[in-house]
Design a protein around this ligand. Sequence first.
Ligand code: R5P
Length: 321
Amino acid sequence: MAGLKIFSGNANRPLAEDVCRCIGVPLGKALVGRFKNGETRVRIEEHVRGADVFVIQPTSSPSDHHVMELLIMSDALRRASADRITAVIPYYGYAKQEKKSAGREPITAKLVANLITTAGVDRVVALDLHAPAIQGFFDIPVDNLTAIPFLADLLVKEGIEDVVAVSPDVGGVARANDFRYRINAELAVIAKRRPKPDEAEALEMVGQVDGKCAVIVDDMISTGGTLEVAANLLHERGARAVYAYAVHPVFAGNAFELIERSFLDRVVVTNTVTVPPETRDNKIQVVNIGWLIAEAIQRIHEGRSISAMFETRRFQQELLI
Ligand code: R5P
């Protein structure tokens, strides 16, 4: 595949290596480190003039540092005459700050989009953006991929009966609805409130889970608070088992402890964010989505459709009827 080059920052090199393995290209050589004063140091160590370059870098914790690596790598590639630079951001950090929920607050998701564009990025590939509207924060093409069909397929393969897909908050209904059509299940929705940032309270639920296997579907697990309160409510309402299928394993604060002591029987996440092996336990399963990102990169490089990757979406067919 002439002209295609893939580089990685330090946020998730194993994922970038897997993407390269799937495509059959070596990971581009680049020094991405720090100067003694703590500033980020980058040097691209191979020619990129005229190349179609992809930089894989989730802007996960420490987000500020990973954003800076992405910006500085993009700047270096642009100055080295790369033909096109695509930022592949499997997890887009700062996404929860996508609107002002009170006066005198920033819209950081937009600020980061501005920074990425200014650094010279020509297009962005993201995965399950917390709010799809973030695509509009960029004035360059953004492909917002989704791992939801893949997660749904994994559940279907297990052949579990009487499943109810649960959205843990009103904002996640479209995602959970997509998931439930794919697995042919009922839908339940929890009304959640955030008394303070990073705190969650489940107020009420619409839907029946008594005797069912309740599967919480979410874009990310951050503090784990949303899952904890949702699992408590589902247990209280008689669910026979409680699972969670979420895309981004942010696992902030004491998320692992919350999950461990919760009513959750199983948590399935992808590897958009690195989960240290020692923190995985019997409850947490990490599934690899490197192949999905590899497929998107190949299609973009060859000028082929990305939406065709997801065209068999059952819920779209339902909507058309
Ligand atoms: C809601 O806004 C999101 O979809 C997730 O439910 C939320 O980000 C999870 O955050 P936490 O784990 O901190 O409750």
